[in-house]
Design a protein around this ligand. Structure first.
Ligand code: MN
Length: 153
């Protein structure tokens, strides 16, 4: 978004939406590695080196399991769920802070009956995510806690 077009004040609306912020549900088909997740880019300006996005998953939704060189700084804003960061599965609640270092596997999953929403700060210039191979998945699932996390639907 070019800075001239960015209003100085954008009121929050009902349901974790913001005025003048596009709500972008991710397109998904049967093979998509994510489920029922949407993105709203809150801040993205030429004179900022980072972006702030709000992601939300419907109950039982999940983000893509991925890794990349860039890092994420996350604050949970809504709901309940769990995240995997590296080899750790952690239950999360509003206002928890999560650091996702470079080249660590990470995924967010909403609780079965509750949406999960979080703010995610990220570099504007960043590499593309890498998805797990079958071998990567098998290695992760050798840890029972990770296997349980990944089978939550
Ligand atoms: Mn990521």
């Amino acid at each position: 978004m070019d800075d001239d077009a960015l209003p100085l004040f954008r009121p929050a609306m009902q349901g974790f939406r913001w005025d003048a912020v596009a709500h972008q549900p991710y397109k998904q088909d049967g093979s998509a590695p994510f489920k029922d997740i949407s993105r709203q880019v809150l801040f993205q300006q030429d004179n900022l080196a980072c972006e702030l996005r709000y992601f939300e998953m419907d109950p039982a939704g999940y983000s893509t399991l991925e890794q990349h060189e860039h890092t994420h700084a996350v604050m949970i804003l809504r709901g309940r769920g769990a995240c995997l960061v590296d080899r750790t599965v952690q239950a999360v609640k509003p206002f928890d802070l999560i650091t996702i270092p470079a080249w660590t596997w990470h995924q967010f999953r909403a609780a079965p009956t509750e949406a999960l929403g979080f703010l995610c700060m990220v570099n504007s210039q960043r590499d593309r995510p890498r998805l797990p191979t079958d071998d990567d998945l098998a290695a992760l699932k050798r840890d029972p806690a990770i296997a349980r996390f990944m089978s939550t639907t």
